[in-house]
Design a protein around this ligand. Structure first.
Ligand SMILES: Nc1nc2c(c(=O)[nH]1)N[C@H]1C(S)=C(S)[C@@H](COP(=O)(O)O)O[C@H]1N2
Ligand SMILES: [Mo]
Length: 172
């Protein structure tokens, strides 16, 4: 499906990424601080639920594992995450285990270039093992939770997990 709304205007000076909820200590990074974190490159395909895929993307950014570690780790009761976008309160939910998969990252480069506004820049979540709607564009923060809370598309019938290999498209 298409985006819920168009690209929000995001000013680098005001950009923040916040990791909160069931972590040992909530952390917030501004753009400069975020750029100083250790980076990785992840080469992955991207599968939209409406059946298109974009193969062979090179993403560069900070792993979700690195970010959670810098927040002192997840509390034992944390089992899910809610990811927030800068586009008018858009959210998506996914299991913490998928969020912390080895190849999941908050990316700011795609094939070597800054991610465009259209594609979720300045930074977006990338979770290659799940359908693309879980890969929140214009990411603003992530909250670890105990209960699974449906996000925007999930409230409209999309799957709570969304594994393309199991074709988990809809929850009904
Ligand atoms: N914040 C936010 N992230 C979002 C969406 C959205 O509406 N808002 N749409 C999702 C959907 S349905 C898809 S298929 C992908 C599309 O990413 P692309 O525009 O880079 O191809 O972004 C996902 N991430
Ligand atoms: Mo989509």
């Amino acid at each position: 499906m298409l985006d819920a709304s168009g690209p929000p205007v995001i000013d680098f000076d005001r950009w923040r990424f916040r990791l909160a909820g069931l972590v040992e200590k909530a952390v917030e990074w501004d753009w400069k601080e975020f750029q100083l974190l250790p980076r990785v490159k992840v080469f992955a395909d991207f599968h939209c639920v409406t059946r298109w895929s974009r193969l062979g993307n090179l993403w560069e950014g900070v792993t979700t594992r690195e970010l959670v570690q810098r927040a002192g780790g997840a509390k034992p009761e944390a089992r899910f995450v809610t990811v927030h976008g800068y586009d008018r309160g858009w959210t998506t939910n996914l299991p913490l285990e998928d969020f912390l998969s080895e190849d999941a990252l908050v990316a700011f480069l795609h094939d070597g270039d800054a991610i465009s506004g259209e594609h979720g820049g300045p930074a977006r979540l990338i979770v290659p093992r799940l359908y693309a709607w879980k890969s929140a564009k214009w990411v603003a923060g992530v909250e670890l939770t105990e209960q699974d809370q449906p996000g925007f598309w999930e409230s409209n019938g999309y799957h709570m997990r969304g594994d393309p290999w199991k074709e988990e498209r809809y929850s009904v």
